[in-house]
Write a protein that binds this ligand. Sequence first.
Ligand code: PDD
Length: 277
Amino acid sequence: MTTVYLNGEYKPLAEAFINVLDRGFTFGDGVYEVIPVFNRKVFRLDEHLERLDNSLQSIYMENPLSKDEWFTIFSKLVDTEKQVNQSIYLQVTRGVTERDHDISLADNPTIFVMSRPIVKKDLFSGIKAITHDDIRWKQCDIKAITLLPSVILRHKAKEQDAKEAILIRDGMVTEGAASNVFIVKDNIIYTPPKDNHVLPGITRDLVLEILSRKNISYVEAPIVIEELLNADEIWITSSTWEIVPIVKLDNNPVGNGCVGKMWKKTNQFYQEFKKEL
Ligand code: PDD
């Protein structure tokens, strides 16, 4: 039975309940993080906690716990699971108040954390993605729990036998429904710059860090839809999926329709980096 953390207590998942007036439930008033655990070690802890701080700050909340307190919770939950690779999910909401938009009513956040095994799907042989209008709001840099657009977009992808939707806003690529996007053209790697339309992905930043270390040049620049459609390679990145090649976009092959050589090289460096930990 999975053990979870809820507001200071560790308990079985089946016994963890929240009040129906929790603002996460009534308003979607909260933020979250997904932190991978590889070989039982929490991966990029500082980076995830820094992004959590930024998300909380953007919604006028303070981080309710210190870094050490978060780490203690993560460690306990990771220990209770058998699998060596896990995904920690944490959610902080503004807590329970009467159903009133006024945030000054809230003084006791709800903190929920669980860790689940990472189920390895066969993604590294390449997946299909669709393109779709970016139907989300203009503060996508906040890791907000209000994920209805992403849920709809992933469903639209699934309806077309695809696993991800690559989003287009005003003719430019922003990101995936739950991932960041990279393209390769003539051996040069491109990814959109971080702004309010993109979640600052921890995996995205790590990929760039690894490329820099290996002296492989990349460009952080806006990508227009035509560049996406004509790319030699397309990759998406996320903490749980890592770096995944897209081999089919809408109904067309990406490049020659096979996993690209730049992906192979980058993924190899990424996997080596993970092992060094
Ligand atoms: N999602 N962009 C969006 C919109 C995302 O939801 C995610 C991750 C990313 C990649 O970020 P990172 O590399 O830090 O995981 C980019 C997580 C995995 C989720 O919601 O489950």
